[in-house]
Design a protein around this ligand. Structure first.
Ligand code: FNR
Length: 189
């Protein structure tokens, strides 16, 4: 059987992004149980119906990557209690078909969400807004367990050093649950 393909989408372009590090921790925990790649989408332009067809190359690549993936894992920062505009822009592009008779790539696609922030609430508000959006787009959401890591995973003992993300029990549980969630859907196809 072919390995499950998970496409990770990180809502931050920051070099030292905590959310990118969270995605890398998920990749490490998944190990050889699935292929896990991070989508690079910095070149996707602002959505504009005047340039929608034919889609810009960066949009085509992103759409193709989503199409061939068995599942999507969104890693979102929280900006002003919302998810970042770059992620909304990407999802707006992905929500549209490549052409008149082309299928859309998001409906039915298994998806889950995680996030990490320096604040005390992780990214729960951003995640809930994201759930509203991807539910509308008919994605197949694994809503629980979801992971929102506060205080950049610093231990509650007042230490200033974040604990290793690969040891976060909630992330470990989400990895196992998502692999099972995707596996079931791949077997049922
Ligand atoms: C933030 N940040 C933030 N954090 C949070 O927990 N709740 C929030 O509402 C906000 N709002 C917010 C707005 C804007 C415009 C910025 C730039 C930042 C802080 C944010 O969580 C922090 O910068 C993270 O480090 C961003 O994620 P990455 O880039 O580390 O993945």
């Amino acid at each position: 059987m072919e390995k499950i393909k998970i496409l990770a989408v990180v809502g931050s372009f920051r070099k030292e992004s905590y959310n990118r590090k969270l995605a890398m921790a998920a990749k490490e925990l998944i190990g050889d149980r699935a292929d896990f790649t991070i989508l690079e989408y910095r070149d996707v332009p602002f959505f504009d119906q005047d340039i929608e067809f034919p889609a810009p190359d960066a949009v085509k690549s992103a759409r193709d990557a989503v199409r061939v993936a068995d599942a999507i894992w969104l890693f979102t920062p929280e900006y002003n209690h919302f998810f970042p505009g770059a992620l909304k822009n990407l999802i707006d592009w992905l929500s549209r078909p490549a052409g008149k008779n082309e299928p859309r790539v998001l409906p039915g696609k298994p998806v889950t969400i995680s996030g990490i922030s320096p604040g005390p609430f992780g990214t729960v508000l951003a995640q809930d807004h994201l759930v509203t959006l991807i539910s509308y787009l008919n994605m197949d959401i694994m809503n629980a367990p979801r992971v929102a890591i506060p205080n950049t995973n610093k231990p509650p003992d007042g230490s200033d050093t974040p604990a290793p993300l690969t040891e976060n029990p909630f992330l470990i549980a989400q990895v196992d649950a998502f692999l099972e969630f995707i596996g079931k859907r791949v077997r049922d196809q």
